[in-house]
Design a protein around this ligand. Structure first.
Ligand code: C2E
Ligand code: MG
Ligand code: MG
Ligand code: MG
Length: 280
């Protein structure tokens, strides 16, 4: 009986794998069609200082799908990365972000805002990447010093020397480089010393329970101290309560991002919200 159950399970598992592969290639075709129909757009989430004043924003891609409505990146970025579609998608994201940055620069109230753009390791490793960034900056007239690229530690799984060389080229043009989701990946402290970064982002998984879990609190405080002593900016992600913000502030963190300050939304919402008096 156990044997037949085992056989059934195996069969079920195979069907599951088959179904997953089919779903994946359907999604791949759908992303391709979405790119052709220009269904991808950016939402923006504010990054604020200790007083809640806006320093800038992070661009987060969304898919306005004809049948599924607004699809979050968690549902398509991984497949886009696996299929190479992240390259055309990432180009659009970067172009739209730089256009937005150039637009803000023309409005006195927003001229100082920075904009962070997420870049997958696959994009960063692509041979034309650095030139592409420089081309988009030139084409849109965006100020490279207001652009930050958010990289993840997965970048360090491959040729680190090459990664550092690319990072240096971007930094030489003024582009900021931020390490996203810091603490969840593979970086060692010796890498951190060598990478020409400008910012660390404390992953939201450490922020979530920062008031109740002493280990998360210790990690968050250590990342802040590390960033401060290395001369890097540090942003806490996923801040949802005053308590979390106050704790981080007391421990030396001066930049925040999270639902407490605003959810991601269209650029127009960001601007409107910024002119309202603080709700707290
Ligand atoms: P991320 O770069 O770490 O972005 C932060 C994510 O946390 C966003 O999810 C944001 O909506 C969410 N978030 C912000 N504040 C809070 C909060 O207070 N509480 C909670 N629970 N969540 C919060 P989103 O927009 O779904 O993006 C997920 C991930 O998808 C991003 O994580 C990033 O890794 C990736 N991604 C987004 N846009 C792009 C893009 O244009 N290109 C690439 N390559 N990846 C992107
Ligand atoms: Mg990010
Ligand atoms: Mg993050
Ligand atoms: Mg992430």
């Amino acid at each position: 009986q156990a044997k037949s159950r085992g056989r059934n399970m195996l069969c079920f598992f195979d069907l599951g794998m088959q179904a997953a592969a089919t779903a994946r290639s359907a999604l791949e075709a759908d992303i391709r069609a979405g790119l052709q129909r220009d269904e991808f757009l950016l939402h923006y989430q504010r990054v604020v200082d200790a007083d809640g004043a806006m320093l800038g924003a992070e661009a987060l891609v969304r898919w306005r799908h004809s049948e599924r409505g607004m699809v979050p990146p968690g549902e398509f970025i991984a497949v886009a990365e696996q299929t190479g579609l992240i390259l055309p998608l990432g180009r659009r994201v970067l172009r739209e972000a730089c256009q937005q940055l150039a637009q803000w620069a023309r409005e006195p109230a927003c001229a100082h805002w920075t904009l962070s753009v997420n870049v997958s390791a696959q994009e960063f490793r692509h041979p034309g990447f650095v030139q592409q960034v420089l081309d988009v900056i030139a084409e849109t007239q965006a100020d490279p010093r207001r652009l930050k690229l958010e990289l993840t530690e997965s970048l360090l799984l491959h040729d680190v020397e090459d990664t550092i060389a690319r990072m240096r080229m971007l930094r030489a043009r003024g582009v900021g480089l931020s390490l996203d989701d810091f603490g969840t990946g593979y970086s060692s402290l010796s890498y951190l010393k060598r990478l020409p970064l400008s910012q660390l982002k404390i992953d939201q998984s450490f922020v979530r329970d920062v008031l109740t879990d002493p280990s998360d609190a210790a990690i968050a405080c250590t990342v802040v101290a590390l960033a401060n002593s290395l001369g890097l900016d540090v942003v806490a992600e996923g801040v949802e309560s005053d308590g979390q913000r106050d704790f981080l502030l007391r421990n030396g963190c001066r930049r925040f991002q999270g639902y407490l300050f605003g959810r991601p939304g269209p650029a127009s919402a960001l601007r409107a919200a910024d002119t309202e008096p603080p709700s707290r």
